[in-house]
Design a protein around this ligand. Sequence first.
Ligand SMILES: [Fe+2]
Ligand SMILES: [Fe+2]
Length: 135
Amino acid sequence: MALITWTPEQFATNVSVHDQEHQALFERLNKLDSTLASGDRGAIGAALDALIDVVGKHFASEEANMEKTGYSGLAAHKAQHDKLVETCLDLQKKFHAGAADVTPETTAFVRDWLYNHIPNIDKAYGPHMNGKGIA
Ligand SMILES: [Fe+2]
Ligand SMILES: [Fe+2]
């Protein structure tokens, strides 16, 4: 069963590029989660790297649109992004050094972060960006 499923009711920001990025991100998170049971560190590491790659690209994409449209919530929003990136990069480094594992608690943590961030923080930029012609 998928760890996280995108539905418009729960996650739509009404900015199509970011809605698509969120769906791609969920796919990568589900892939990482489903790889854990194999215990294959190579596959887990590759799935972890792939997830962190799309997370970084997605955050940069949102921040660029917030910047471009003069969104007043940018700094507070970026602070949340930066904190997650820091946590991810720390885990990535430790995992590849053999000093940490990726566990179901890890993927649940990312899922819960998304459950909070997208509805409460991302959705708030929707009307603003729509008003600036980004839909
Ligand atoms: Fe987002
Ligand atoms: Fe965001």
